[in-house]
Every structure is written in structure tokens, then in C-alpha cells.
Design a protein around this ligand. Structure first.
Ligand code: GDP
Ligand code: MG
Length: 163
């Protein structure tokens, strides 16, 4: 089965997106950044087929001995090794930071299929804010709200088209 990994820096909403798509609270979400306990896999069935969705982040995001930039890097490399498609989640409203840019560069070099997901676009009035994510250099980005269930079915269609 194809593997679709969700990556991005802590607190952009990776686990929220995972839970929204998986339809169950399999991943642990908290108001603190980066509380996913481990990499989690959920089999997802859609009209078109099946794939495994992976939530990354894991224990290391909360391990103070390892700086989180380093654990994000490690998760990106793990995800690239096993994924057929990467969902690169960014905060569509909070702006793009240096770690987002670094992850973007690694992803572009990998030449693996990447779909940029601009999360936290809870309302159409936030749509303009998300255009900033195009500075990451990918052709396509979809604005979603994991929390408010915005554009999630469109995202699923885009995932299926790429598998
Ligand atoms: P992760 O560290 O990337 O896995 O992020 P989480 O899923 O744990 O979410 C981090 C924070 O962002 C939590 O406080 C969530 O409630 C919040 N969050 C996640 N998705 C959304 C969204 O679509 N809109 C808004 N406004 N907040 C969100
Ligand atoms: Mg998480």
C-alpha cells in the first residue's frame, strides 16, 4: 500500500490533520507543540483506494536533549525514505520560518512528490494569508483547516490523484 507521510515543524497541526483524515483520535494532540508520542500509521480508505497515512513528530519533539530542528530533520529523512507522497504541512496563517525553508529545500532536493498543505486557514477571510507559502518554491499548495474540516475532501482527492 502507498505511504503518505505528514511532515512539518512542530505545532503546525500535523497530528490534527492526521486525526481529521483518520477519523479517530489515534495521534495525541495537545496545545503544547510536538506531543505526538511516536510515528503513527493509519490505513485510509477512500472511493479510489487505500493508503497508509503517517503522522511524524514523535517522542523526539519533546526530548529536550535533541534540539527540535534536528528531530524535524530526522523525521523528514525517515519520511522521505518510506513515502510515496509527502504532505508538507505549514502554518498558513502564522508565516513561513527558517525551519520551513530548510525542510522545503530538503524536499525539493529529494525530487519526491510533495503536496504543500497550508493549515489553519479556518475561514475564507484567511485565504489571502496562505499565499505566503508559495515562497517555498512548490507549484501547488492547498489551504485547509484540520480543526474546522475545511478543504479536507479536496485534499484527499489531490492525494489520490498523486498515488
Ligand atoms: P503538530 O505539532 O504539528 O502535530 O500540531 P498539533 O496537531 O498538535 O496542533 C498544534 C496546535 O495547533 C494545537 O493547539 C491545535 O489545536 C492547533 N491547530 C491544529 N490545526 C488547526 C487548524 O486547522 N486551525 C487552528 N486555528 N488551529 C489548529
Ligand atoms: Mg504532532
Amino acid at each position: 500500500m502507498a505511504i503518505v507521510s505528514i511532515i512539518g515543524r512542530p505545532n503546525v497541526g500535523k497530528s490534527s490533520l492526521f486525526n481529521r483524515i483518520a477519523g479517530q483520535r489515534l495521534a495525541i494532540v495537545d496545545d503544547l507543540p510536538g506531543v505526538t508520542r511516536d510515528r503513527l500509521y493509519a490505513p485510509i480508505t477512500t472511493d479510489r483506494g487505500q493508503f497508509y497515512l503517517v503522522d511524524t513528530g514523535g517522542l523526539e519533539e519533546e526530548n529536550s536533549e535533541r534540539p527540535f530542528a534536528e528531530s524535524v530533520r530526522r523525521q523528514v529523512h525517515l519520511a522521505l525514505a518510506e513515502s510515496d507522497l509527502v504532505l508538507f504541512v505549514v502554518d498558513g496563517r502564522g508565516g513561513i520560518n527558517a525551519l520551513d525553508r530548510e525542510v522545503a529545500m530538503t524536499l525539493r532536493r529529494s525530487e519526491r512528490p510533495v503536496l504543500v498543505v497550508a493549515n489553519k486557514i479556518d475561514d475564507p477571510k484567511h485565504d489571502e494569508a496562505y499565499y505566503d507559502v508559495f515562497e517555498l518554491g512548490f507549484e501547488e499548495a492547498i489551504p485547509v483547516s484540520a480543526e474546522h474540516n475545511r478543504n479536507i475532501s479536496t485534499l484527499l482527492e489531490m492525494i489520490e490523484e498523486r498515488l
